[in-house]
Design a binder for this molecule. Structure first.
Ligand code: FBP
Length: 250
């Protein structure tokens, strides 16, 4: 089994995601959080298990900086904008080799489960998984069911299916959206088997809702959370991080 100690020293994990600039554009940002250094500062002070960047941000703000020794990097290897409609496909933009050169301790890849382009993403992911594991690098898969063929499926069922696919494809960690209830969350964790499950933040209406989801996620046996906007758009990110860490790590 791949050693996850590079990205988390504990059994549980809290990751800080900051690839939204590519996925959503600057509309997610304000004057402070538009600066990757602001996010790195939260990551270090909040003692996050790792920070998630695309290669451009990693190269300009992380690699070769003092942050390298302070917080591990998960390099996201694929991505897409929200400008294109139709069946989603997220192409590979960075190789495992480049991720290693940039100082990554793990790599990440999004698969849109059920998309017409699922086969292409499976194929890219499989090559990445093979190469990353041959270098003892953990692989995290964003397993997001999307596209016409999953629209009619129940969220509970399709999220558990997505988790299982992550296990089948060799992901060490799957990152999924909360399936909606504690029971369905348990089924997701069960379906993932020995692959660890972390839940994405999504943009919650209130802090209370976010904290309640975190509690349900952890009670269901998940390994933790991989969150972005809920933290770095918050007026006091470190205070919220503290609350989250109490739920995840105690
Ligand atoms: P948030 O915690 O901000 O929701 O980020 C989680 C995440 O998976 C990011 O890593 C990614 O950029 C984004 O959501 C993708 O969002 P979507 O595809 O749902 O628009």
């Amino acid at each position: 089994m791949i050693d996850l100690s590079k990205i988390t020293t504990k059994e549980k994990a809290l990751f800080l995601a900051y690839d939204q600039g590519l996925e959503h554009g600057p509309s997610d940002f304000d004057d402070e959080n538009v600066d990757p250094n602001y996010i790195l500062d939260i990551g270090v002070k909040g003692e996050f298990s790792a920070i998630i960047f695309q290669k451009g941000i990693a190269e300009k703000y992380y690699t070769g900086s003092s942050f390298v020794s302070k917080i591990p990097l998960i390099l996201k290897l694929n991505g897409k904008t929200n400008l294109i409609s139709g069946e989603p496909y997220s192409p590979q933009l960075c190789s495992v080799e480049e991720a290693l050169l940039l100082g990554a301790s793990a790599v990440g890849y999004t698969i849109y489960v059920g998309s017409e382009h699922e086969a292409q993403m499976f194929s890219e992911f499989s090559k990445i998984e093979e190469e990353a594991h041959s270098q003892d690098l953990p692989v995290m898969a964003w397993m997001y069911p999307r596209g016409k063929s999953v629209e009619q499926k129940s969220v509970e069922e399709i999220t558990a299916y997505a988790a299982r696919i992550g296990l089948e494809l060799g992901a060490d960690i799957v990152k999924l959206h909360y399936p909606g209830s504690p029971e369905s969350m348990k089924q997701v964790v069960e379906a993932a088997g020995l692959t660890k499950v972390v839940v994405s933040g999504g943009k919650k209406e209130t802090e209370e809702e976010f904290i309640q989801t975190a509690k349900e996620v952890m009670e269901a046996g998940a390994a933790g959370m991989a969150v972005g906007r809920n933290i770095w758009q918050h007026q006091n990110p470190l205070e919220l991080t503290k609350k989250l860490k109490e739920i995840i790590f105690t």
